[in-house]
Design a protein around this ligand. Sequence first.
Ligand code: UDP
Length: 479
Amino acid sequence: MSGVQDMRDGDGYNSGVHRRRGRGPHEPCARRVLVFPLPFQGHIDPMLHLACALHARGLAVTVLHTRFNALNPALHPEFRFVEVPDGTPAEVAAKGGIIDIILAMNAAMEASTTVRDVLASVVADEGQPRVSCLFIDANLLAVQKAAAAVGLPTMVLRTGSAACLGCFLAYPMLHEKGYLPPQESQLYTPVPELPPLRVKDLIFSKHCNHEMVRRVLARATETVQNCSGVVINTIEALEPDEMQRIRDELADLPVVLAAGPLHKLSSKSTGSSLLDQDYSCIKWLDTQRSGSVLYVSFGSLASMDADEFLEVAWGLADSGHPFLWVVRPKKVGDAESESARLPDGFEEAVEGRGMVIRWAPQREVLAHPAVGGFWTHGGWNSTLEGISEGIPMICRPDAIDQMMNTRYVQDVWGAGFELEGELERGKIKDTIEKLMNEREGAEMRERAKQLSRMVADCLENSGSSQIAIDKLVSYILSL
Ligand code: UDP
């Protein structure tokens, strides 16, 4: 492809393309892009934020979404929405973990022509601008195959870090060299092929069958290798070496772009929350002292057992610090299921100082001046959201990429630290004290503030992420 090098070389964007922040009311969109997110919270929002950023540059957007965890079109009247019957078996959708659902959903889609038929009809819609390409989550190989069958180019949005994509690509090597599955005796062994990672930081989940994780990552890698370009929700200056390694490995791809943090690029704060966000917490934060509140949330999937839950509750109570704690239903998307029950005496012990809610408007919470610390599971979106607002973090990683995100937060960026080992109320109290009150915590806060300035820089007009989106739009228009 002759344009390949043009797209990859140089820092500027193609000056032949007008950088636009929106269209006049009667101006038609130049082209249309389709987006198809994986239907999980941490994957939906970045895709919709990317769609918002492209729409703001003058492209029309059609959102394809599965019936499982279906999206709410009312949140994005500027887009068209098309539901795709994904065929995920009901029992897997109800009881399965994310890995089971990814595999079952892909298998069902591959077993029928439904996705292909939907794509063909969306592309053929003559009342709409011509479709340039389809953005898919890396976990939707079945959708890529359907797109290839109707001649539609696919672009991959990676919702994890660049380091995480590097680990995907290296997964076969990590097994060949014996780093994975991880052995207890080797957890602190460095992995020189993927600095600064150690064995304990590699992608792994104690909750899933490792062969299934391996299969999911092999399929995601295939999707990346077969696509026409990759957009990563990261910042060039945050992961320069990791981005370079990926560009070297994916040298045949015309575009490999770091365009994050996507939630900051889109003018709309709305992603598409699968649970109702409880805005009463913002009013409560308004009553708290600046920088005093610890925000506690473990994302949409991470779980803890009943004993750990009790220790967290009493650790927060004993800390004496104001806190906002998200105790979500068992599974996001499952509004039916109850949240875990708080222990007797807890509410009285934290009255006026602690608030517990089922689901937060997290980005608004982290941007609130009252919030001074974030206890997170280290999901990539949460990590980026914390960094963007300059909030130091306590990380309690659970699975997949959360261990490596924690490694970067603690040892590369210095904006937080890991809470390791058993969860115990006394240790939790000390950990909170370290983050919120001690000198070490103050240094992490300073580092987090520097990182938020780095984020602000990449969002400037000539910032790296704006330029990445410009390059992306140029590329889309060239398809
Ligand atoms: N989130 C939210 N409200 C909450 C907790 C989380 O809106 O109460 C959002 C959060 O802002 C983030 C996403 O859910 O964008 C979680 O993604 P992440 O990658 O951090 O973790 P995952 O849920 O995928 O493990």
